[in-house]
Ligand binder design. Structure first.
Ligand SMILES: [Zn+2]
Length: 70
């Protein structure tokens, strides 16, 4: 499992990323994360953030990575 995909809420959208995490299963608020759609965003780790809409580009990229890992 070389590149597990994780979700990273930032700027009102939930992006996906394969960036390494410093600890735990989430990116702490304030962490700069490179997303699968090519952005550098600052993660927001809050209850509300997880309700934001999913980034379509990240969703597609995450699906491709998951499928190719099988
Ligand atoms: Zn994205």
């Amino acid at each position: 499992m070389p590149h597990p995909v994780a979700w990273v809420p930032a700027e009102q959208v939930r992006h996906a990323s394969t960036a390494a995490k410093s600890k735990g299963s989430d990116y702490p608020t304030g962490t700069e994360v490179k997303t699968l759609c090519g952005l550098n965003v600052i993660a927001v780790n809050s209850d509300v953030a997880w309700l934001w809409p999913t980034c379509a580009n990240c969703c597609t990229a995450a699906r491709e990575k998951t499928n190719s890992a099988r």
